[in-house]
Design a protein around this ligand. Sequence first.
Ligand code: CP3
Length: 351
Amino acid sequence: MENGSEPATKPILQALAGTVLTPPPVWLMRQAGRYLPEYRRVRARVSGFLELCYTPELAVEVTLQPIRRFALDAAILFSDILVVPHALGMDVRFLEGEGPKLEPLRRPEDLAKLRPGELQERLRPVYETVAILARELPPEVALIGFSGAPWTLACYMLEGGGSKDWSTARRVALGEPDFFGRLIDLLTESVGEYLLSQIAHGAEVVQLFDSWAGVLPEAQVRRWVIEPARRIAERLREHAAAVPLIGFPRGIGPLYPAFVERVRPAGIGLDTTVPCGWAEAVLGPSAVTLQGNLDPVTLLVGGPPLAAAVAHIEETWRQRPRIFNLGHGILPQTPIKHVEALLSHLHSPGR
Ligand code: CP3
C-alpha cells in the first residue's frame, strides 16, 4: 500500500486533516484485549504475551477482532510499547496478573548493553503484521501504528516494571541528567525509526503513547516529554509528511497547549482528567484535531452515565475536527454491550 498520494477518504484521515465530521470517527484505546472472549481464546494458545506480539498471524487476528464486532473507524496494530526495550536487548517478561517485568538499567554503563543496531531486525515480525493488516483491512478502516514515547519507555527501563510514582525514573531524570539524556536520545532515535518503518509497511496514522508524562513537574515535562516528541514529529514530517501523528501525553493537564504548540501533531489525545470545554477553549485557536476522552470507568458502568458522558463530549466538541475515543485504555471487565451502546449513542444520538 502506498501512503501519501491519495486524498484522505477514510473518516479518521479526514478528521486528522481538519474536517469536522458528525458523527465523529471513533476507535478505542486497547480495543483489542481481554474484554473480548475471542481475544482470550487466542491468548490461551500462546505461552507468553510477547509471543502473541511477535507472531504476525496471531497479531493480525487479534487486531481484526474488534473491527469484525464493532463499527470502528480504525484498527490499531496489536503489539505493546515494551517491544522497543525488548528489541533493544532488554529482558522483558509479562507475568500473569503482575504486569511487565524488566531487568532494569541501573547505571550509565548499562546503556552499553542496549543494541540499537539490532532493533530493526528484531522488530521485523511487527512490520510484517503491519504489512498484512494494510492488505486485509476493510477499505474504510484506517490502520494506526504506535510506539511508547521515550519518557514512558525510560520509566519501565529504569524501574524494571510498573510503579505507583516512578520515583526511580524521576530521580535519575533530575539527578543524573547526562545518563538520562543519553537514554532519552537513544530512545528518541529508536522510536523515530520504529514509527517510520511502521509507516513504510502501511501504517496510515501513528500514535505516540506517553502514559506517564503526568508524573513530572513542568520543566521536566518540557525537557523529557515535549522535546523528544518534537524531534520525533520533525523526523516524521521530514520523511513521511502525509502520515498524521497523534500525541498522547497523558496527564500533563495545563501543559497540553505547550505540547501542541511545540510538537504540532495532527491530533492530540486528551486523557480522562481534561475538561472537554477547557480543551475546546485553549486548543481552539490551533488546528489540532481533538481525540478522546470518555472515562473508561464510565464505559464499564454503562447506562445513563455513559449516555450523558457521550452527549456531553459531543455537545462540547460538535464544531471541532475530532475523533471519539476513551481517555485511557478500555478496562478488561468492560461488558461488550456497553461498547455497542457507546457506538449507538454516537451514531444515532437521542435514541
Ligand atoms: O488494542 C490496542 O490498543 C493495541 C494493543 C496495545 C496493548 N498495549 C496490548 C496489551 C497497546 C497500544 C498497548 C500500549 C501500552 N502497553 C501502554 C500505553 C497505553 C496505556 O495503557 O497507558 C502501556 C503503558 C503498556 C504496558 C503494558 N502492557 C502493561 C502495563 C501491561 C500489563 C497490564 C495489563 O493490562 O495487563 C501490558 C500488557 C498488555 N498489552 C495486554 C494487552 C492486550 C494484556 C496482556 C495479556 O493479554 O496477557
